[in-house]
Design a protein around this ligand. Structure first.
Ligand code: ATP
Length: 337
């Protein structure tokens, strides 16, 4: 059942006192992909990560890592598995290089050149001699990623790895992780940030209330989740919505709070038709974007969990009328209409 999988869980359950955190989680993570583990706050992502690394133990269910069962007493196997869970902890009075060397001394043999390669990869080479206590949050996070990669693991488990990274750091990390998957390694990344997962992952697992609600290659999950957004003058929003609703009977357009943006869930290849139909009614769009509506799928599957609203990362964008460049960057084919 779990052949060819780098990571599998079956019926995984965990509760904290009376509160259930996982209620029977079945994950199937193929080898050689970036797997995005997506869920709203409190869904059970960190609990899963902690179980996968033996920090806590399941109440029921099984875990298989790299084709072999993983249970109590198997933490030594984590040399084959790199992990970055919660805040990475380092000796604050040692430098990045010294921290990596001390980790290497305690674990699997690692050459000095490997440490230098990793410092370069995560962009810390110039600061590698500075004490970690002088590092920013993002720099500590980069060092955490380097530490997770130290033993050149076949499977990498990263909990919210973009925490604290600046945009350039996020792009660099994405390239690094995709490169690792292209070389045959498996990268399991948890996140609650849709746009990030959409750009990074090959396969997606969506968790809600301690249970997997959808899993599969991202392009399959997004089939039928097309989205077109147009920006019109604020005074034309009502008329534009009526026209858009008529293009696809049964579909209701959405108006965003600001900026005159209106969106409708139809396939991206109908963008020209949308533009033409609006123009022939005398409404000229000043912006047009196409993409996939992972947000709608996510809200539908997770029951629109409003705890996620507190984060304000991606849910904030939907209602804030951000510009074409500011929203869904890279996920669509946006441009001026
Ligand atoms: P987030 O995106 O906010 O980090 P998450 O998906 O990682 O959330 P978990 O941290 O795994 O979610 O939490 C799952 C559930 O278990 C939540 O209801 C949470 O309140 C609860 N929980 C987590 N850790 C503990 C703990 N140590 N003691 C009691 N309850 C806990």
């Amino acid at each position: 059942m779990t052949d060819g999988l780098a990571l599998a869980t079956r019926g995984l359950q965990k509760r904290y006192g009376a509160r259930p955190a996982l209620v029977g989680l079945d994950l199937s993570v193929p080898t050689g992909v970036v797997y995005g583990f997506l869920g709203p706050n409190g869904a059970g992502k960190t609990t899963t990560m902690r179980l996968l690394t033996g920090l806590i133990h399941p109440d029921a269910g099984t875990i298989e890592l790299l084709g072999r069962p993983f249970g109590r007493g198997d933490r030594h196997r984590l040399f084959e598995v790199g992990a970055l869970i919660e805040q990475p902890s380092f000796y604050p009075y040692l430098s990045a290089r010294e921290n990596l060397r001390s980790l290497a001394a305690a674990g699997a043999r690692t050459s000095r050149s490997r440490i230098e390669e990793l410092l370069e990869m995560v962009g810390l080479r110039d600061r590698a001699r500075d004490k970690v206590q002088t590092y920013s949050l993002g720099m500590k996070q980069r060092l955490g990623i380097a530490a997770a990669l130290l033993s050149d693991p076949r499977l990498l488990l990263l909990d919210e790895p973009s925490n604290g990274l600046d945009p350039a750091g996020i792009v660099a990390m994405r390239e690094t992780l995709k490169g690792l998957a292209a070389s045959g390694k498996t990268v399991f990344v948890s996140s609650h940030i849709l746009g990030e997962v959409q750009q990074l992952a090959d396969v997606l697992g969506i968790i809600a209330a301690g249970r997997l609600v959808r899993e599969g290659p991202i392009e399959h999950l997004l089939e039928g989740e097309g989205l077109i957004r147009v920006r019109v003058a604020p005074a034309e929003v009502v008329a534009a919505r009526a026209i858009l609703d008529a293009i696809v009977p049964g579909t209701t357009s959405k108006a965003e709070a600001e900026g005159g943006w209106v969106s409708i869930s139809i396939p991206p290849d109908r963008a020209a038709e949308v533009n033409r139909t609006l123009a022939s009614a005398g409404i000229y769009a000043s912006g047009l974007e196409t993409g996939n509506d992972l947000e709608s799928l996510f809200l539908e599957l997770t029951g629109g969990d409003d705890t996620a609203n507190h984060e304000g990362t991606f849910f904030g964008a939907a209602g804030s009328g951000t510009t074409a460049a500011g929203r869904d960057a890279g996920s669509g084919t946006g441009g001026d209409a």
